[in-house]
Design a protein around this ligand. Structure first.
Ligand code: UDP
Length: 379
């Protein structure tokens, strides 16, 4: 008789979802995490009354009512709507995602028809160039961006930001990354197309704590330092860490991007007037500045706290010992992942869940949906 039905490696969103569901169905679970806190990369910490997104901005959004109801069953969500602003190489500010405000700022066009004509003209140039090379489908992020939105927007708002974020040329990145961003002919700065959006009131750590309530959690516990002993404790394992590490990098290491933050408390109640400002030029070394209070304080609430906290976000290539954030889903890494996935699929006792274990550029709602599905198939 093992002491636990499930050992859950990782106390982030995937681990917490699995733990909650399995516990609800009567399983005895042990959740471990090598960090000193739960919530993984969605961890928020209250500093001077402001919930700081320690591992970068997280904005919950989904069109799936079931997933929205699910997260709201643990904590209430506020009405935050992500409307990032970009500081471009020309020094001007532009609204994101690409919408009528952006087109007006970029070209002075005032109607959807005028904007569409400008976009079509630029798209057509890109399509003709590709056709001349015998290419029918965009082969990479640059071609995708140029055929979606054209040269001006690509140069001012996409190229350098993307190359800073991924540390690779846009011609070496997969097209799907940019398809995340909507293009709209309305004056609508909402970054997401989803029906539901918000931030858990009181921060993400509260959400995870609620999900983990009644579940045994051991922090500061590294799976790989005590692997045999930990494996011996449970009948099955839910693993949410990096899949290549699980298999001792036997086929080679997958690449990740990591992010570092330079966080500062500032003696002003409002530093940049928005939660997210992207720096889409090549010279600024960071990709964006997050001003954390704007995720949870609206209107006059912003001024209730005389201080504010900002984080400059720097993107770099992951190396062992860093926190992995983004899988690099280019061909080389996707092929390598496929080898690990084949091993994972043959496991009888181990289920792989989440961004790192599935090597997927998942959003939070997708992590929950995928994990719920895997757990439902189990019990
Ligand atoms: N992107 C861009 N300019 C921006 C913001 C995003 O070109 O100002 C592109 C970039 O290629 C990035 C992708 O859109 O990798 C996805 O951005 P998102 O903000 O969704 O990424 P995340 O919030 O996950 O870092």
């Amino acid at each position: 008789m093992k002491k636990y039905d499930f050992l859950i490696v990782g106390a982030g969103l995937a681990g917490a979802t699995a733990a909650h569901e399995l516990t609800k169905k009567g399983n005895k679970c042990l959740v471990i995490d090598r960090r000193a806190h739960t919530a993984g990369n969605i961890y928020t910490e209250n500093v001077d009354g402001i919930n700081v997104h320690r591992y970068g901005a997280h904005i919950f959004h989904t069109s799936d009512k079931k997933i929205w109801d699910y997260v709201n069953s643990f904590v209430d969500f506020n009405r935050y709507t992500n409307c990032p602003v970009a500081k471009a190489p020309d020094g001007k500010l532009y609204n994101l995602p690409f919408n009528m405000n952006t087109f007006y700022q970029m070209w002075g066009v005032k109607t959807p028809d005028e904007a569409q004509a400008r976009i079509d003209e630029q798209r057509q140039q890109a399509i003709s160039r590709m056709q001349a090379d015998g290419v029918t489908e965009p082969r990479n992020l640059e071609e995708q961006a140029l055929t979606l939105i054209g040269h001006d927007i690509y140069e001012k708002l996409i190229k350098y930001y993307t190359e800073k974020q991924w540390g690779r040329k846009c011609t070496e990145l997969p097209a799907f990354i940019i398809r995340r961003l909507p293009v709209r002919l309305t004056f609508d700065n909402n970054y997401f197309n989803d029906s539901y959006q918000g931030i858990p009131i009181g921060g993400y750590t509260r959400l995870i704590e609620k999900m983990l309530s009644g579940v045994e959690v051991r922090l500061n516990t590294d799976y790989f330092e005590n692997r045999q002993e930990l494996d011996g404790l449970a009948n099955k394992i839910i693993y949410t860490g990096e899949i290549d590490r699980f298999y001792d990098y036997q086929f080679g290491t997958l690449q990740y991007r990591t992010v570092s933050f330079d966080t500062e408390i500032i003696d002003s109640s409002n530093y940049q007037g928005n939660a997210v400002v992207n720096y889409t030029d090549a010279t600024t070394p960071f990709t964006r500045i997050i001003e954390h209070k704007h995720f949870e304080a609206f209107g006059n609430e912003v001024y209730a706290n005389p201080k504010t906290i900002i984080s400059r976000e720097y993107s770099k290539e992951w190396k062992p010992g860093d926190e992995p954030y983004y899988p690099v889903n280019d061909d080389k890494n996707s092929n390598l992942y496929a080898k690990y996935k084949a091993l994972a699929d043959s496991e009888k006792k181990v289920i792989f869940c989440g961004r790192l274990a599935e090597y997927k550029y998942y959003d939070m709602h997708q992590v929950i949906a995928a994990t719920l599905e895997k757990i439902a198939a189990l019990v």
